[in-house]
Design a protein. Sequence first.
Length: 316
Amino acid sequence: GSGGCRGSGRRPASRGGCALSFCHLPSVRFIPSLQETRRAGASLPEPSDLLFQRWGPQQRRFRTDSEIFGAMANSLGTSGSEEGAAAVSQQDRVVTEDEWLKKWQLRNIGFHNEEGHPLLKKYLDIFLSGRNGLKIFFPLCGKAVEMKWLADMGHHIVGVEISETALKEFFTEQNLSYSEETVPEIPGAKLMKNPSGNISLYCCSIFDLTSSVAGKFDAIWDRGSLVAINPCDRERYASLMLSLMNKKCSYLLVTVSYDPSKHAGPPFYVSDSELKRLFGQSCDIKQLEKIDGLMERHRAWGLDYFWEVMYMLLFK
């Protein structure tokens, strides 16, 4: 089925604008049982890479690994687990641009980490790989304090964020002056830069920030970005990220894992198999660490667990 994301008629969210994209799911999405799904997979003489990734190597883990099976159900719509079925329901969730802007206006920004993310600090050496003067991308950057931290190390920071409030707060809170300029390639966009020019933040939709505008990057820090993108726009997002990576780019990515039947998102549940579906054809994906990220606000959503999972993606 090609069920397009159903918005409210408002401009689509920059963290997942769905007006121009559709959720392209495999044709076996509506196979009603695991047994039939297996038969369908087995009957394909030359399964696509997508199906092979999902069904070939993982098949014998269905009965013993509920998370893997839930992820399969998420991707293919099988009814084999409640978690998978709930994740499928998230496929239709659309957060508009107006809703994201309102979060900043109402200070509903529990996703902002004032101390910086501990996993970035822990894996900084792997992220930088001994390189100096890197060009580092922060997708959906908000007012992330790590931008100033890495800039002070001599790296060049480029961020993109739809909320002008967030960007202005970043410069104010970091005691940085800044200038504003228009972006000829992106109507209505602003580019905000500090005087030394090593922090450049674009105020626009992330999908407008192509490599022709921003160039390619040596490293990407993706915390709170992929998990904020509307699920129907993940393929579009993955394509954009891949197009922004240079050949030796280090892509550190943090996903979240929780029971999606208890929270509609964002942040959205992103399974290991979903990550492989999006990036596995182009990148080697290594899980570095999984940490308990459960906080009081997550409990208020009705969650019993909330994991943050960090991956390193490198071009094959």
